[in-house]
Design a protein around this ligand. Structure first.
Ligand code: AMP
Ligand code: FE
Ligand code: FE
Ligand code: ZN
Length: 299
């Protein structure tokens, strides 16, 4: 049985696995198709693409955008980040979308400089170069957490977030991030299929989640992540029902981060709770093509 995994990270964002190595791991795990969905970058995908082509692995172009539910109100507390997956099943992303990702890289670089300054003000002896040892292509907060741990400022990664790095912690720094609506619109305009990532992490559930999803349809939301390592069978059922109700394309994957999230395995998730057959990807393609087809009577 040919399996697939459509949600994975490399060391070009906050995973630990180099892109070419991930391709080899995917083949070793018996996968027929893989999507590298790094946070706000396609650098890992781009490195993996020729390797996958050589090895006969189908690599699906993807990204996972970090967004915020709404514009930030002046002086107000930021709402929890919402992730949106983008999939390019048949054609590559537009040049405009790739340029947009560049703006997100710039926003992250500025955030990182501000974050280092704030940490230094708090008496933490840290430089950007320290974090760049872990974040090879794109430095994220998990990389700063590793440095704080190495240097003995905290005793575990979670403490690094709780004390310094979390949205409401001492060294919290805002950055320019798209709203959820903008993120979806950008993916759609760039020719991609936008899917709401791991909805189990959203504060909304049940009728509230349905209202959110319904609202996002007009922005171009076309999918919802039904299968994910953090979804139990009841979660999957609820999100599958929402997909059916709103005509969304079910998507799924492990959210593999290599050693940075031990316990989540490529292709099989947490304790084997994920198993997506190749047919699942074919169904995504069929549903996506149907959505793009003009309806009868209209042009
Ligand atoms: P960044 O995209 O660089 O802002 O980093 C965001 C990542 O940091 C998330 O994907 C999580 O992996 C991690 N993270 C953010 N906030 C927390 C938190 N409060 N506790 C633990 N991990 C967090
Ligand atoms: Fe991540
Ligand atoms: Fe995510
Ligand atoms: Zn992810």
């Amino acid at each position: 049985m040919a399996l697939i995994d459509l949600h994975t990270h490399t060391d070009r964002s906050d995973g630990s696995t180099p892109p070419a190595e991930l391709v080899r791991q995917a083949i070793a795990a018996g996968l027929k198709a893989l999507a590298i969905s790094d946070h706000d970058t396609m650098a890992g995908h781009d490195v993996a693409a020729p390797v996958a082509a050589d090895c006969g692995l189908e690599l699906v172009c993807a990204v996972e955008l970090s967004t915020r539910p709404n514009e930030q109100r002046e002086g107000g507390k930021r709402e929890k980040s919402v992730h949106v997956l983008g999939y390019w099943l048949d054609s590559p992303p537009s040049e405009e979308f790739r340029l947009y990702l560049e703006t997100q890289q710039a926003s992250r670089r500025k955030r990182n400089l501000d974050l280092v300054a704030k940490l230094q003000q708090l008496g933490v002896a840290i430089t950007l170069e320290d974090a760049e040892v872990y974040g090879r292509n794109q430095v994220g907060r998990p990389h700063f957490a590793r440095v704080l741990l190495d240097k003995g400022y905290v005793t575990n990664i979670q403490q690094a977030f709780d004390v310094y790095l979390a949205d409401d912690a001492q060294a919290a720094v805002d950055r320019d991030e798209p709203t959820l609506k903008e993120g979806i619109q950008r993916i759609k305009a760039g020719g991609g299929l936008a899917s709401l990532a791991h909805p189990v992490r959203l504060p909304q559930r049940g009728a509230e989640l349905e209202r959110l999803v319904e609202n996002l349809l007009e922005d171009g939301l076309e999918g919802i992540e039904v299968f994910h390592s953090e979804h139990d069978p009841a979660d999957c059922d609820e999100f599958a029902a929402i997909a059916a109700r709103f005509g969304l394309i079910p998507t799924g994957g492990s959210d593999y981060h290599g050693d940075n999230k031990p316990g989540i395995l490529l292709g099989s998730g947490k304790d084997g709770n994920l198993s997506l057959e190749y047919r699942f990807l074919e169904e995504m393609r069929e549903m996506s093509a149907a959505k793009r087809q003009p309806r009868n009577g209209t042009k």
